[in-house]
Design a protein around this ligand. Sequence first.
Ligand code: BES
Ligand code: MN
Ligand code: ZN
Length: 503
Amino acid sequence: MSDTFKIDFATPALPETGDLVVCVRDDLALGALASGILGEAAGVVAKAAGAERFKGRIRSVIKVPAPAGLAVDRLVIVGLGGEKDVKDFDWVSLGGVIAAAIAGREATLIAEFPGLDANVDRIADLTLGARLRAYRFDRYKTKRKGDENGDKDDKQDEKGGRLTIALPEPQAVKKAAKRREGLAEGVILARDLVNEPANTLGPVEFADHAAALEKLGVEVEILDEKRLAKIGMRALLGVAQGSERPARVAIMRWNGGKKGDKPLAFLGKGVVFDTGGISIKPSGSMEDMKGDMAGAACVVGLMHALAARKAKANVVGMIGLVENMPDGRAQRPGDIVETLSGQTVEIINTDAEGRLVLADLLTYAQKEYEPRFMVNLATLTGAVLVALGVEHAGLFSNDDELAARIASAGEATGEKVWRMPLGKAYDKLIDSKFADMKNTGGRHAGAITAAQFLQRFVVDTPWVHLDVAGTAMASPSTDVNRSWGSGYGVRLLDRLVADHYET
Ligand code: BES
Ligand code: MN
Ligand code: ZN
């Protein structure tokens, strides 16, 4: 992100340049501030609305040339909807709609929202949405959109731009927006990592991104292959052994809570590329498997967000970084590995690798940190896409309270989860003839048997597994995201921590 999107604050006055953005509900009436600033030109709103059939519906926007007498370039009118939209009004989305409307330009938003109960936090939420919408991943585009030979089908918005938010007392909002800025950076960091291709983002490079959090006061430890072998993370190393590129585990600690308080643990699957290994995947869409580290990307983005806003909690983030490749040294179907926990696993399919990486992380987290809870995130199964599509991440848990807290954080942020079952009958499906368990459970209930596998490595810690294969990559367009990698989970888990675990 070079020419980034900027947000600043000012007291209301008629701007001299750029666009002027005003919001109206479905009666098209301007608020007192906006009509004061527009003066005689205020009538243009009703006129333009008539001409453009603009009804002030929620998410609708019209852009009109500035009326005579105003120095600004354009007037942008944003609809807030009507009474029926008030209850679930989403301020983050509104920010996204506004950022899209100004599309890389400079604009002043009159922070007045007729019919809605705006406050400091809500306007700050708007800034979060605007920042997220303005993101695009174009590091590898050598031609700008619209250039000759440039990609004119690019569905992303223009990049960059500046939004000045005008309101009578900007200071408090400015402070609240600053806290959201760290969160936006965390989401954007996660998106960048997911979007980055695997040729430039191997386990070592990924670990460097984790290490870069030290500048925010995060303690970072990188475990190399030698250390991992000494510790005994043989399941994780087994996945990595077919790759030229060595495995890493990165451990990130943010100690913002009381000394001695047990940490919250967040663990992420970081398969920088998943070919399937010897059980190789079909080539169609295999390029998507550069995103198989989205769980790890979320953990790094989350640690960034928590540290940037100095969250009052002790948190440990742990990510397992490997590349799953077929090779003369690669793990085979039929191999039996002894995990760090001491339990043995028969490898049936080398493409069920994420659970092997996470198994050792789960064991290590419990032994080393005795966490208050563990949440792991992984693009673990195609089966979760079959079950839930791209709307919800699959949630599996041994703890009703933690599961419910994450579900409500999902409702609040729009990063939704859906709880799925665990149980003895499913667990039986991964019993092995030759070892304690096997790494696949057959054709049925693939997302659940993967979760059962992980649960065999949870001793008695409250635990949640989020299967984010449908939500973290190849993401649908929303008001706040146009990127392939969504950064899913950063806002969800930041919210979980903020709502329940800060002292
Ligand atoms: N990384 C994949 C899961 C995946 C699929 C993520 C599609 C995102 C989109 C995972 O490692 C995998 O290959 N899972 C297998 C498991 C199977 C072999 C039991 C799957 O889902 O097919
Ligand atoms: Mn796989
Ligand atoms: Zn995978």
